[in-house]
Structures are given as C-alpha cells and as structure tokens.
Write a protein that binds this ligand. Structure first.
Ligand code: MF3
Ligand code: CO
Ligand code: CO
Length: 250
C-alpha cells in the first residue's frame, strides 16, 4: 500500500528530516528583535543549500520563499518580508527540506525577546498539544485518537484548534495521504500501521478557531486577530510506537 514505507525508505528520509530539525536549532540564535523575516528566509535558504538540501517551500504551488514565517496572529504560511520582528512577538518558523528526493517537515514557535502572558500560554499549549498527539501514535491507534487527545487538551485550556489545515503523509511528496486532522473522536478514522510516515502540526489559537486567507493567497490569520502558535514533527509509526524523525543532531 502506498501509505506504508519500508524501513529502507524511512532510512532514506532521515537526512532530510534531520536537516530540517537542525535548521530550527541553527536559526534560534537569529530570532531576536530587529531581524526581518526576509533575513530569516535568507539564512535558512543559504544553510539549506550549503548542506546540499533543497528548500521545499520555494515555488511550491507558487510560494515565493524558502521558509514559512508566521508572526503573532498569523496561523501558518506566513511569507517572509522586510518587516522586523519585535520584542514580545511569537514567530513560527516552518522548515521543509528535500534531500535525495525525500522531504522532512518540522516547525517551532519561538519567543522574540520576552514573551507576554498570552503569547506564552498559547505557545506552551501548542507545544504540549503536539507532544500529546505524538504520545498516542502506535500500530492499531487511529487518526481520530490523535485528533481527540489534541482537541480535548487544547479546548480544556480554553484555546481552539484550527480546522482548515492539518498534518499530512510525507515522503517523496510534500503533502500526501493521510490527512491528520487535529480534532476528532477516539477510535475514529484510519488505523495506524507500522511504516506510515506523517506529520502532526496542531495550530492552536488563543481565541476562536476561525481563520481566513489574506489577499496574497497564502497568509492564514485568525479571524479574531488572536495569537496562534504551532509545532510540527515528521513521525514514523514503528512496531510498537512512534519515532520522531525530525530530531536535531546539532
Ligand atoms: N510546511 C507546511 C506544512 O507543514 C507547508 C508549507 S507550504 C508552503 O505542511 F508552500 F507554504 F511552503
Ligand atoms: Co507539514
Ligand atoms: Co511544515
């Protein structure tokens, strides 16, 4: 079945996944008040090329840059620009790298300077939401189990889960089956099997779940302008659980 990868194929994905994860470690020291998202884009782009990788976002369905940078109420797919980030902002940096034709996809929300109370709350809830989603992944669990644990936790904290964008299968193709939604019912949906490789990437809004896409056709923002945070890993289902492929080695 197309959804299942052999352990050899998963081994072939490792360099792209590790490179994407290392990029997030590398970029952290540059996430300071006064840097522009275009400068972050250039640093990520150059680091990627220098390591023999290709930035998957560049020209992907017309996306104009090499990384997504989503600041404050931007939910995802923020386009790097000449605007400076400032003290108290939060910024999600979403890196997808291609090596030998295989993709690795991971993102993290960073604090710019000192976080304010709400920024800290939504970011830590998004971090924990991903962790909880990962914790239920094993053969026999279902996609609904992942969505359920994330939704329960996030809504229990009086935040909300974005519905319009989801995790996804990944491999030679950036976005493939299955869709991994971040809400759902226990036991619902497809059962997980050893060899499935997909992302979990919950987008958590401080306010309401509703989003809209700006006129640039990419930037997704919260309708109520509330803050939004996200974390993402690429995962493989193993014999008895899960392996996070996007762990850094630097
Ligand atoms: N990296 C995003 C994801 O997690 C997708 C970005 S598509 C782009 O699936 F074109 F905006 F880069
Ligand atoms: Co993704
Ligand atoms: Co991503």
């Amino acid at each position: 079945m197309a959804l299942i990868k052999t352990s050899e194929e998963i081994d072939q994905m490792r360099p792209a996944c590790i490179h994407a994860a290392n990029t997030l470690v590398m970029i952290e020291e540059y996430i300071r008040p006064g840097i522009t998202t275009n400068q972050i884009n250039e640093i990520v782009h150059d680091y990627t090329i220098k390591h023999g990788a290709t930035p998957a976002p560049l020209n992907y369905h017309g996306f104009p840059k090499s990384v997504c940078t989503s600041v404050n109420h931007v939910v995802c797919h923020g386009i790097p620009a000449d605007k400076k980030i400032k003290d108290g902002d939060i910024i999600n940096v979403d890196v997808t790298s291609i090596i030998h034709g295989w993709h690795g996809d991971t993102s993290k929300t960073f604090y710019v300077g000192t976080p304010k109370v709400r920024a800290k709350k939504v970011t830590e809830i998004a971090r924990k939401a991903l962790e909880l989603g990962i914790s239920v992944v094993k053969p026999g669990a279902t996609l609904g189990d992942i969505g359920h644990i994330i939704q329960q936790y996030v809504e229990g904290e009086k935040c909300s889960v974005v519905r319009e964008y989801c995790g996804h299968g990944i491999g030679r193709v950036f976005h493939e089956e299955p869709q991994v939604v971040h809400y759902g019912k226990p036991g619902a949906g497809m059962a997980l099997k050893k060899g499935m490789v997909f992302t979990i990437e919950p987008m958590v809004n401080f306010g309401r779940a509703a989003v809209k896409v700006l006129s640039d056709d990419w930037t997704v923002v919260t309708r109520d302008k509330s803050l939004s945070a996200q974390f993402e890993h690429t995962l493989a289902v193993t014999d008895d659980g899960v392996e996070i492929l996007t762990l850094p080695t630097i």
